[in-house]
Design a protein around this ligand. Sequence first.
Ligand SMILES: [Zn+2]
Length: 142
Amino acid sequence: MDKNNQNIRCNQCGAFMTMHFDNETEELRGACMCCGYTVEVVPVRDENGQIIRGHGGLPETEVHFSEGYGVIVVAEKDGPCHYFMRKKPYTDDLKIILHRILEQSEMIDLERTYVTLWDRQTKQLYCFCRQPPEQFAASAES
Ligand SMILES: [Zn+2]
């Protein structure tokens, strides 16, 4: 499968996010690893599953996006990173649990671990423990 990647600025927080274009399905998808915003541009298909094309063979597309509620990225010591896009608001209990895990665990590489919360009311990004890494970081102009 052939994929094309392009870095763009997140519509929501201004961080860098990667859009992936899938040549096979002609779907364009991206997720912001800073605030949890996700966007997908998918071709419209007819009842037979065939992509509906307009002038010049370009597919008709639908755009779906979600604000998200933040991102949990946990890096194992000398191991991989685990990415969780937060689909629901954080509860106070979950915040306390996260703080305890991040403070005490000897399994976690704190240099590569971060937890963010996207506040839909204020449109602000909050970081629980540390800032997201530079390749994802929002511009500092705000
Ligand atoms: Zn973002």
